[in-house]
Design a protein around this ligand. Structure first.
Ligand code: FAD
Length: 355
């Protein structure tokens, strides 16, 4: 691909993770001309960057994109991240999806009847855009007093790789969600672990995994479609899926949550009553924000930093769809099995707009 070319197409999909691929599958079925632009050098989206021990919280058959079941991983009920990367790599080859890598989108601009997508390797002019850039590239760490006075190591979920990096060290893991619980369980055996949560951890029942979460999200979508009462989404069930390593560490008494500290010190953290704990490292498992800066030129951001949508479609510009990110673009749209339906809705809405 020449460096500074300009090309015209019907649809540009920004992001070639699972959401971008699901979009590609449905755009192809809708007969639309499209490209997928992905900033990574290899297939797999965020899954290629996660920590070594990460396993899905659903079995393979419940982690599939449209058209092709994820094959089971031999010996594992819950596949690992490498298995997901292999599945996504195969998926884009099998459907011959036109993914361009590495291409980072810098900005999407209005250009008459078209949207102009400017990247580090040229410009595409499209009649519609699907943004599917995920959240992995926007780690979030809350403001906390003296955060930069701590002299040890601070890292976010996105930088954590394996427990051996922290063996024998004092580590504080911050956060009450799945990433925090899984990383705390990873570190509980060989490190001196302190696990800090904003509120008492809310485990889902041990027999609930991603299958039940998906069923719950499906019921919610149906209720919303039919104008019935919102059941509150999957968050109403709890925050932490008790995947086997988390359950084992918890049941062995290795996961004892402490309340949130009030500030960092040079050597660790301090709680409101003056108690302190020293640490070599603090791992912030405090979540993500949607990666939307490339859409800033369109000026569509709403009050919570989200772009207001009806389903996937931006309210203020019907040529733009948002896919993945979170429940605000459709129930369970930021999961492997859940992204298929909103991807189809987006492709059909674009086909209707363009033809
Ligand atoms: P990503 O996988 O992040 O893909 C986005 C792509 O966009 C990337 O390839 C990136 O390079 C590209 N990109 C970003 N910015 C630009 C730009 N400006 N220009 C061009 N390209 C760009 N879901 C499940 O279904 N089951 C699970 O068990 C599960 N476990 C999870 C565990 C963790 C720790 C996390 C964080 C999430 C988990 N999820 C799970 C949720 C979700 O499935 C993943 O976050 C998934 O990676 C989201 O896919 P995506 O395609 O939306 O985003």
């Amino acid at each position: 691909m020449p460096q500074h070319h300009t090309a015209d197409t019907e649809v540009v999909v920004i992001g070639g993770g699972q959401a971008g691929l699901a979009a590609g599958y449905h755009l192809r079925r809708a007969g639309l001309d499209f490209v997928i632009l992905d900033a990574d050098t290899a297939p797999g989206g965020a899954w290629q960057h996660t920590w070594d021990s990460l396993h899905l919280f659903s079995p393979a058959a419940y982690s599939s994109l449209p058209g092709r079941l994820m094959p089971p991983q031999p010996g594992e009920t819950y596949p690992d991240a490498a298995h997901v990367v292999a599945y996504l790599t195969d998926y884009e080859q099998r459907y011959d999806l036109p993914v361009h890598r590495p291409v980072r989108v810098a900005g999407v601009h209005r250009d008459g009847a078209r949207l102009r997508v400017e990247t580090d390797s040229g410009t595409w002019r499209a009649r519609a855009v699907i943004s599917a850039t995920g959240t992995w590239s926007r780690p979030f760490i809350p403001a906390i007093p003296c955060r930069h006075g701590f002299q040890g190591t601070q890292l976010h979920t996105v930088e954590y790789e394996r427990p051996s990096d922290f063996a024998g060290r004092q580590v504080i893991v911050v956060g009450g969600g799945n990433s925090a619980a899984q990383i705390a369980a990873d570190l509980a055996y060989d490190s001196d672990l302190t696990w800090v949560t904003l509120r008492e951890p809310r485990y889902l029942a041990d027999d609930i995994d991603g299958r039940a979460l998906f069923d719950h999200a499906t019921a919610r979508r149906k209720a919303l479609d039919e104008g019935r009462t919102d059941n509150g989404g999957v968050a109403s069930l709890g925050d932490i899926v008790a995947v086997p390593p988390v359950r084992t560490a918890r049941d062995t008494g290795l996961l004892k949550p402490q309340p949130l500290f009030t500030r960092l010190t040079a050597t660790g953290v301090e709680w409101p009553d003056g108690t302190t704990a020293d640490a070599d490292a603090i791992i912030w498992c405090t979540g993500f924000r949607p990666a939307l800066s490339h859409l800033a030129p369109l000026g569509l951001r709403g009050p919570r930093g989200h772009i207001p949508t009806a389903g996937t479609q931006a309210l203020a510009d019907p040529r733009l769809h948002l896919l993945g990110y979170g429940d605000w673009t459709g129930p369970a749209s930021a999961t492997l099995i859940g992204v298929g339906r909103p991807a189809r809705d987006a492709a059909l809405a674009i086909a209707e707009l363009l033809h």
